[in-house]
Design a protein around this ligand. Structure first.
Ligand code: SF4
Length: 282
């Protein structure tokens, strides 16, 4: 079984580009690809198989969760994120013009619940949901939705990252972050969410410009060792690694380079474009 349909390529932080400070997407708090944001009813599915994502993979390949399928949910970057996020300008969503971003509109949670319930029935042993490929927990009520789903669907297991911080300037971010801290404390096994921070801390992640030799940091192997993916790694949710910081090399929009000089996860790859169109993702 292949881990992922598309291979990850090496990340080169030195080739990345920030948005210009006067880019309206920064001021308005939205993606730079507004045509990729779809309403819930217009989307064929909210939860997409990890097979379509080079970093995730189709299903867990080792450990007690072996065989559990992986899905991911993509929201709109910035529109659901705190302005305090350290990656507000350099968000890797700036390089993801093919991603289908889901609008958190009125029917969103009801449709998401229906999909989660169906997946739990199909996968009673367990299944994984990566939150959020883009975007973040946008309200306390949305976090409560996940808490309720964990209670109702024991097969559901979530992992991911948040830029919400307990020491954030804005009160809403602090409330969301405290809620995430509480929920992960109650149910890390089902809800393994790490806090994205500028420093190392237990249960966190950090974006770096180069590999770290700090023993508290484990560099994400999916950025280096193709075809390694979350499916074959599992560090982010492993209880033994909970107190570590997961390190990611900075990735996102690249500076323009001469044709053929190499983008990494090549959203322009003709095979990828054709496949995404065929599946209705583009
Ligand atoms: S450390 Fe492992 S589980 Fe975490 S993001 Fe990287 S590949 Fe996925």
């Amino acid at each position: 079984m292949s881990l992922a349909r598309f291979k990850n390529k090496a990340v080169d932080p030195s080739a990345l580009q920030q948005l210009s400070p006067d880019n309206p997407a920064l001021r308005e708090g939205r993606t730079i690809f507004p045509s990729t944001v779809v309403g819930s009813f217009a989307s064929p599915r909210l939860l997409v198989s990890g097979h379509n994502n080079p970093k995730l993979g189709k299903a867990v390949t080792k450990g007690e969760r072996r065989g559990w399928p992986i899905f991911h949910l993509t929201l709109e970057e910035r529109a659901t994120c705190p302005r305090s996020c350290a990656q507000w300008s350099g968000c890797y969503g700036n390089a993801m013009h093919m991603a289908r971003r889901h609008r958190h509109d009125a029917p969103f949670l009801a449709l998401l619940k229906a999909e989660l319930t169906a997946l739990a029935a199909e996968n009673p042993r367990g299944f994984m949901v990566r939150l959020h490929t883009l975007g973040d927990f946008y309200s306390v009520a949305y976090l409560q939705f996940w808490a309720d789903m964990l209670d109702q669907l024991p097969a559901l297991h979530v992992f991911g990252f948040t830029a919400r911080r307990e020491d954030a300037d804005d009160a809403e971010s602090r409330r969301i972050a405290k809620g995430i801290r509480w929920l992960t404390g109650q149910a890390w096994d089902q809800f393994a969410i790490r806090f994205s921070r500028p420093d190392t801390a237990p249960q966190s992640s950090i974006v770096l410009d180069a590999d770290s030799d700090d023993p508290a940091v484990i560099m994400c192997p999916a950025q280096k060792l193709a075809p390694e993916a979350c499916a074959s790694c599992g560090l982010c949710w492993a209880p033994a690694a909970r107190d570590k910081t997961i390190g990611f090399l900075r990735h996102g929009m690249k500076r323009r380079t001469p044709a053929g000089s190499g983008r990494s996860i090549s959203p322009q790859d003709p095979a990828m474009v054709e496949w995404l169109r065929e599946k209705g993702y583009a």
